[in-house]
Design a binder for this molecule. Structure first.
Ligand SMILES: Nc1ncnc2c1ncn2[C@@H]1O[C@H](COP(=O)(O)OP(=O)(O)OP(=O)(O)O)[C@@H](O)[C@H]1O
Ligand code: SF4
Ligand SMILES: [Mg+2]
Length: 348
C-alpha cells in the first residue's frame, strides 16, 4: 500500500492536453489528477485511446503539434514541469525520468547506431567515455535479452525487428537509474520469457534503487503482479484510483467493474480491456455528463438522470480510494457515503 504520509514524487493536477485537428479539438487528456509516490509502481490502465500515452508524453513534455498542454500542473520533485524550459527538461529526461516508449521505432533516431543511442544517454547523464559507453550498451542489450548483442549494437534502427527495437528502447530506459521510469506497454510484441525478464528488470530497478514506476499495460495480470496502486482511465479522465488489492477485489466504478469482470478465471488474454459492450466516446464531441454514461448499465438500473447532465468529479470514496461516479456522490459533489456503501454492498 502506498505510504500516503510520504510526499508524492510526482503530482499531476488538472492536466489537460488537447490536439487541434481539422476535425476539431481532441480532448485526449481532460483534467487528469494523479500522484506517484517514491518507490511505488503505479499501474495505468484503460481502453485503447483513453489517453494513457498522451499523459505520459505530457509528463516528459514531449507533446508536439497539433497537441498542446492547455492547463494543469505536473509537479515533479517540487518543480512544475509544465513551466520548465527545454534546457532544464533535457537534464530531467533520460536522467531523472526515463521512458520506455510504446512505439520504439518512431522513438529511435534513424541515423544513429544502436550502441551510440544507448551510449548517448550514458555519456550525457553519467559522463562515461565512448568505449565504456559502448561496453555498457552491449551489457544492457544482453540484459534485455537481445540475441547477438555485439553485432546488434552496431545496427541502425531500420535493421531491427519490432521486438529488437523494443529491447533497445528498454535498454535506453534502464541505462540510467532514474527517479521515475514510465513504461508504456513495455512488453508488447515480446515473447513470454523475455516479457518476464523485462518485468524483473523493472522490479529490480525499483527494489535496488527505489525508483518509482508508472506502468502502462493492457495486461491486467501484469498489473496485479507488479503494481501497488492502480489508476483507471476512461476517455481522457481518471475514473477510479486505489491500491491494487481493493481495486481488483472491490472495484466500485461501473467501468472498472466491467474491466475486472472481464478477466478470465483461468489463463490470460491480451486486450482484456476491450470487451465491454459499446465504444469510447468521440473525444472531439464528448457527452455532457459522465463520459461512460452511454455504456453504463448501473445508470439504467438506478435510473440516474444526473449522469447524462453533469460531469461527476473524482473524489475520495474511502481514504486512498477515489472514484468519479454519481452513485457515490450527491449533486453538490459531496460524498454520499451511506448511499455509496449501500450501493457497493448491493452490487457485490
Ligand atoms: N498527434 C495526434 N493528433 C491527434 N490526436 C491524437 C494525437 N495523438 C494522440 N491523439 C489522440 O489522443 C487520444 C489518446 O491517445 P493515446 O495514444 O494517449 O491513447 P492510449 O490510451 O495510449 O491508447 P493505446 O492503449 O492504444 O496505446 C486518442 O484519441 C488519439 O487519437
Ligand atoms: S456517473 Fe452514472 S453513468 Fe457514469 S459511471 Fe456512474 S452511474 Fe454510470
Ligand atoms: Mg498508448
Amino acid at each position: 500500500m502506498a505510504d500516503n504520509n510520504k510526499k508524492p514524487l510526482l503530482e499531476i493536477r488538472n492536466l489537460k492536453t488537447y490536439f487541434y485537428t481539422e476535425d476539431g479539438v481532441v480532448k485526449a487528456v481532460d483534467g487528469v489528477d494523479l500522484e506517484v509516490y517514491p518507490g511505488e509502481v503505479l499501474g495505468l490502465v484503460g481502453e485503447s485511446g483513453c489517453g494513457k500515452s498522451v499523459t505520459s508524453l505530457a509528463i516528459m513534455r514531449l507533446i508536439s503539434k497539433p497537441g498542446k498542454i492547455v492547463d494543469g500542473e505536473i509537479i515533479f520533485d517540487g518543480r512544475d514541469l509544465v513551466k520548465l524550459g527545454e534546457p532544464e527538461l533535457m537534464k530531467i529526461r533520460g536522467n531523472r525520468i526515463s521512458m520506455i516508449f510504446q512505439q520504439p521505432q518512431s522513438a529511435l533516431n534513424p541515423v544513429f547506431r544502436v550502441a551510440d543511442q544507448i551510449g548517448e544517454v550514458l555519456e550525457v547523464h553519467q559522463s562515461l567515455g565512448k568505449r565504456a559507453g559502448d561496453a555498457r550498451a552491449i551489457e544492457l542489450l544482453k540484459l534485455v535479452g537481445m540475441p547477438d548483442a555485439e553485432s546488434r549494437a552496431k545496427s541502425f534502427p531500420h535493421e531491427l525487428s519490432g521486438g529488437q527495437a523494443q529491447r533497445v528502447m528498454i535498454a535506453m530506459g534502464l541505462a540510467c537509474v532514474p527517479d521515475m521510469l514510465i513504461a508504456d506497454e513495455p512488453t508488447t510484441a515480446l515473447d513470454v520469457t523475455i516479457q518476464a525478464q523485462i518485468l524483473n528488470l523493472i522490479r529490480d530497478m525499483r527494489e535496488k534503487f527505489g525508483s518509482s514506476v508508472i506502468l502502462i499495460t493492457h495486461d491486467l495480470g501484469v498489473i496485479a503482479e507488479m503494481a501497488e496502486r492502480v489508476a483507471v482511465m476512461y476517455a481522457g479522465e481518471i475514473v477510479e484510483q486505489a491500491d491494487v488489492i481493493p481495486l481488483f477485489q472491490k472495484p466500485i466504478h461501473p467501468y472498472t467493474k466491467g474491466l475486472i469482470g472481464s478477466i478470465p478465471v483461468l489463463g490470460r488474454v491480451r486486450d482484456q480491456l476491450d470487451v465491454i459492450p459499446g465504444s469510447v466516446p468521440n473525444l472531439v464531441n464528448l457527452p455532457p455528463g459522465c463520459r461512460f454514461a452511454p455504456r453504463c448499465q448501473a445508470r439504467k438500473e438506478y435510473n440516474l438522470s444526473i449522469c447524462t447532465e453533469k460531469r461527476p468529479a473524482l473524489h475520495d470514496f474511502e481514504p486512498g480510494h477515489k472514484v468519479r461516479c454519481w452513485l457515490y456522490q450527491d449533486d453538490e459533489q459531496h460524498v454520499a457515503p451511506l448511499k455509496a456503501k449501500k450501493t457497493a454492498k448491493e452490487k457485490k
